[in-house]
Every structure is written in structure tokens, then in C-alpha cells.
Design a protein around this ligand. Sequence first.
Ligand code: NDP
Length: 419
Amino acid sequence: MSRVLVVGCGGVAQVAIRKCCQADQVFTELCIASRTKSKCDALAEELKGKTATKITTAHVDADNASEMADLIRSYKPDLVMNIALPYQDLAIMDACLACGVNYMDTANYEPEDTDDPEWRAIYEKRCREKGFSAYFDYSWQWAYREKFEKAGLTALLGCGFDPGVTQAYCAYAQKHEFDAIDTIDILDCNGGDHGYPFATNFNPEVNLREVSAPGSYWENGHWVEIPAMSIKREYDFDQVGRKDMYLLHHEEIESLALNIPGVKRIRFFMTFGQSYLTHMKCLENVGMLSTTPVEFEGQQIVPIKFLKALLPDPASLGPRTKGKTNIGCIFTGKKDGREKTYYIYNVCDHEESYREVKSQAISYTTGVPAMCGALMLLTGKWTAKGVHTVEEFDPDPFLDALEKYGLPRKESHSPILVD
Ligand code: NDP
């Protein structure tokens, strides 16, 4: 029996909420709160009579920590699931601390306004110290470690697929397959086709910022940064086929470098089609990916926000998308004194996802782990206090829950390695 407050009602949150309602013996009461309350009301109405979960809705501006805290105090949840945007992470964490409630999210903090001088100074210092220049990193949320620990609360960070399941795969490999892991390659392949020349599969602003940033990887104890999209490989993905993939910076590399002892190299690759890359480059070249406001006919307009308004809503891609995703990790290392390789991954079908929860596989592969992470916290499987990432917890019950709720794993002990 538990009361859960979900913040956000977008593509990922809608999947997580539908999945929570499938586990209505644990998620007995749920409040869906978001900026646009009508979306919460429409989903609550649709789920009426289909689940024993008692659903209520609320309006909240989660950028405002005191408004968030008022909502938490009035609803009194056991857990706040932040499935809004990374911009809200810190305000929601502050509200959870103020109210003594556990917290989780699916992506690490980044600021909405990257021109803010105060933020910029901290960011530039971090770039110099750490050696990578992505806008997001864990330092903001790791700064809350002591506060959560002292309050006897848990904050679970980045519990989607990547970050999220990919880290559970690493913990699983560490626990069951290796004495020592040498290298980790995280491979994120979307073999789906939505029929549009250009669209993003999740929030366009967050997605375009991520893929237009310089890439980086962890090697021999330090970061190596490369120009965006400058390392390309081809990989033959199970049930998808041959795809081009590019090395990106990704948040879980940072926590895995800390939590997988002795790891020598960690890289992250994501597949992109040529049409996507050509559109993105062109938009970047004309300034449409900028977060700096421009004056247009007497109005301040943020180019990337305007672009978001023009692009198809990721939620609308569900009924049109065909094909599969394939996301997982390839490891090299040693077991019982012998060199070995291991690949663990999940294949998810866009059309099957849509039939089940009315969303394409990108939202599905993020929303299901969010629900399973919540399940781990609510059922006492994951209890560590403080601020933690997924690989710090026992992967076994989490991977079992993923199996049960729609994301089964596949394994290979002789994968093709990425050179
Ligand atoms: P969407 O843009 O579809 O949904 C975001 C939701 O948050 C919307 O309901 C939006 O409300 C709401 N929201 C935004 N700002 C506020 C605010 N200030 N107060 C209250 N609610 C707010 O995003 P997605 O569902 O695609 O993504 C959700 C999260 O999942 C993001 O953090 C994303 O980075 C992360 N993600 C993680 C992945 C992983 O594998 N770990 C993969 C994909 C995404 P409104 O309807 O008014 O816009």
C-alpha cells in the first residue's frame, strides 16, 4: 500500500503511470501533478475503472520549490516520482527534503537558462576541473548526498533506460559475470521509423541539446572530449540490423566511472540516421538550437523553444512508429583469470508498445524502468539512504521486475565488439 506523487504527464510519465496502475497492489494511490492539469485529468479519466489505483490530479509548477512542497504536504506521498524535465530536479529535491519524502527522477539536472551568469561560472569551473562540457552532470544532485542521508531519505537518480537500466546491467555484469570489468560500451539503437523527415523521440529541447554537445568518454581515469558526432561506428543490432552510431557524452558514464572498480574505458554510442543528422546540423547552423532569447517583432523568443513548438509532439509519434529499439551494454574483462566478453540488452517493439500503453518504445523503455525503480523503493528492495544512482543497488530484483513489466533482457557471451 503506498501513495505516490508523479510530477509531469508527458510521454514518459504517461507510460510510468499506466504501468503503476498495472501494479495496483503496490501503487494503491497516485496523484498526477503537472503544469498542464488537463493532461493529468484526461489520463485519470481514461484509466478510471481499469485499475484499482485511486488516482487524483493536481496543478503544480515544479520550478517553484515552495509550491511543490505545499502539494507534497497536502498529498503526503511515500515517494515523489519526478518525470517532468531535468530543469525541475533541484526544486523537487528541495521540496522532498523540506517535507521528508523520498525522491526519484529519470534524468540528471541541467539548467533551463544556460546563459544565467551565476550558473555559467559554476559550469565553466566544472568544465576545467572535470574535462567535459555537457550542460548536465551529477555534481548538482550529488551536492545533496549529505542532506538526504542526514534526513534518512533516498534520492534515486536517473531511473529510465539510459541512464537507468544500463547501470543495472553494469551492476549485474559486475555481480554475476566478471571478477573485473575492463571496458563498457553502452549501445543505444533506435531502429524505429515514424515517417517524418525530422522529429525527436522525446522532449526536443532536451534531446537536441544532448546530441549537439561535444562527445566524451572515460579512459584510464580521465575524460577524453571530442567534437560532436566525430566518432562513428557501424554495428549490426539483433532484430534491427546494421546502423551507424556516434559517440556521445552521457550521464551514466560519470557515475559508472566511480562505481565500477578498476574500469578502464566507458563509452556511449547512439544510432542516428543521415536525415536526422543533416536536419540537426542545418538547424544548429542557422541558430535554431540556441537557448539564448532573440528579439523578434517586439517579443523575446528562445529559438529552441520555438523549434519545439514547430516539431511534432513526441507523444504523437506513437501510432506512426514502426520498428524496434535495441539498448544494452557490451563488456570485456576477466572471470576466474580468463578474458571474457558479455553483452546484455533489451529489444523493444514500437508497435507493441503502442498497443499496450499508447506510446512508442522510447517512452516505454523509459517509463517502465521508472515504475520498476519506484517499485524497488516502495517494496523495500532498495533502501540505501542518500543520493544514489541505479548501479549502487542490487540489480537482481530490478531486472526481475523489468522482465515482468515488459522489458526482458537478452544475453550473449560472444558479442561482436565495437573497435
Ligand atoms: P515531455 O516533454 O513529454 O513531458 C514533460 C512533462 O513535464 C510535461 O507533462 C510537462 O508539462 C511537465 N513539466 C514541464 N515543466 C514543468 C513544470 N515546471 N512544472 C510541472 N510540470 C512540468 O518529456 P518526456 O516525457 O519525453 O521526458 C520526461 C523526462 O524523462 C525528461 O527528464 C527526460 O530527459 C527523461 N528521459 C529519460 C530517458 C532515460 O532513458 N533515462 C529517456 C527519455 C527521456 P506540459 O504538458 O505543461 O508541457
